[in-house]
Write a protein that binds this ligand. Structure first.
Ligand SMILES: O=C(O)C(=O)C[C@]1(C(=O)O)C=C[C@@H](O)C=C1
Length: 92
């Protein structure tokens, strides 16, 4: 990651924005890949629990996950965790 600021370079604002957007796009690609990986791992947990007589959903575990995201990211973190959980186990 570059640590130079626009003031330290002769880059135009347009070039700085374009370069930063490329990094954002690359980060978003990685985030989407991680979400898809999370969905696959979550499916293994859910299928294993169902196959052994349990329920698809574990509310205690979801409370832990919500708290973790809230502690790290504040209130929007809770919303993000809820969206991730919906992607991973569907709507409840
Ligand atoms: O950890 C589990 O027990 C899971 O089933 C995974 C997971 C998740 O995606 O994080 C999905 C559904 C459950 O309600 C809780 C958590």
């Amino acid at each position: 990651m570059s640590t130079t600021t626009p003031e330290e370079t002769t880059e135009t604002p347009e070039a700085t924005i374009a370069a930063a957007r490329e990094r954002i796009d690359a980060l978003d690609d990685r985030i989407i890949g991680l979400v898809q990986e999370r969905m696959a791992v979550s499916a293994v947990v859910q299928q294993t629990r169902i196959a052994s007589g349990g329920r698809r959903v574990s509310l205690n575990r979801e409370m832990e996950i919500l708290a973790r995201y809230r502690d790290a990211l504040g209130r929007p973190g809770t919303a993000l965790a809820m969206t991730l959980l919906e992607l991973c186990r569907g709507r409840i």
